[in-house]
Design a protein around this ligand. Sequence first.
Ligand code: UD1
Ligand code: CA
Length: 464
Amino acid sequence: MSKKSALILAAGEGRRMKTSKPKVLAEVLFKPMIDWVTDAVQAGGVDEICVVTGHCHEELENHLGGKFKIAVQNELLGTGHAVMQAKEFIKANSPGNILIINGDAPLIDAKTISTAFEYHESHKNAVTIISAKIDNPFGYGRIIRNKDKCLKRIVEENDATNAEKMINEVNSGAYWFNCSVLLDALEGIVEMHDKKGQAEYYLTDAIEVILAKNLNAVAYEAGNPDAVLSANDRVQLQLLNEIARKKVMREHLLAGVSIPCPDGVMISPSVKIGNETEILPGTILKGNTVIGENCVIGPNSLIEDSIIEDGVTLNNVQCFSSTVKKNASVGPFARIRPDCVIGEGVKAGNFVEFKNATIGDRTSVSHLTYIGDADFGSEVNVGCGCATVNYNGKEKNRTRVDDHAFIGCSTYLVAPVRVGKNAYTAAGSVITEDVPENSLAIARARQSVKKDWIIKKKPYKWQK
Ligand code: UD1
Ligand code: CA
């Protein structure tokens, strides 16, 4: 088997995107475009990947985290010039075939890459361009064919005649090249650039160079036309988000997830959702979130990098880097900040916030409460308006509440402090010392009543 490598062009500045970051870090469904491309290329069976970086290259290289070879393009002189910066990588992978692909076309899929390769190899092509017929070809290089329908050249939008602009078969910017043919063609690209007086070195000129040598250059039409779409500006980025959003939702629907109204529902491609779970409008599911079966998530919930077990209800909840165990019900209007474990069957109601806390099974925290840096046991009842006082201005301390404790309304638990098993705190208490098990702690001023106080007071108008 000959070697299969890939070169991803990602040096571009993204002027049309109006961003200070590398363009390929712009996100589709909260995942940078470059990650979509590297994932598809890897899944498409490529052995080794090199990324051409340029604009803000350190930021992009940090993002890639050393997973791929890097070729830096210091001057952004076009896609042909970008490939020239990776000559050593191409040589190192010769003999073999290399996929050249743009980092700003995130919808490319592994199947398109691998079927194009099979076609390329079985026809012994020098280059196979992945093309597609799309509804709005504006901005893309057009595929020009001769009378016999064979590929003749690629013409860029700016160089196209009005008749050529009518062509809707476009260049995806992804091509399988025979490595040694590509290395030779790079010289031809320089000659074409000089001859035509172009501002940039066009990789697309390689087609004419290769055809002039009587080698086989073919356009292979992708089965899935969306696969070729790219984003140069935020209008196109929104279109890609919409296409990806619908595709991801469709896969979940077919797998048994219910999304009765897709308004405002965004699900990252990495999210897993169990059977018969219902996702309601305005819900965003991000990162490595895993949701079990028979849950109801939403409306208006944001869940990121969290594990939500079977039968959970999250209504108007924000939840980050946490676990919510089976049959718990949280919300409406609750926030679970990172590092929480919310136990089985927990009931957490409106305006409740958790942070770095474990909450035992079947504990109830129904209203207006903050629990941070705390370990609560199971079947604890927390009244309305309680707080763990976890921060003394210098350091954070933990609160511990043992099984079956009852925390009266408006209790403040000043950490470090522990409430023992079955213990009660009286409503309105500020608990600064540990409460032994089975005890009641009252820590508030005793009520005094001034009898007839109003009558003795200088009367108001209405008392005359
Ligand atoms: C390019 C193709 C066009 C094709 C389209 C598909 C050329 C000349 N044109 O146009 O035929 O239809 O892609 O999306 O190749 N890049 C570099 N260095 C550079 C310039 C660009 O690495 O100097 C990278 C960019 O980061 C981007 C990719 O190459 O990821 C494509 O560059 P871009 O400027 O977006 O090309 P298009 O105008 O879209
Ligand atoms: Ca582009």
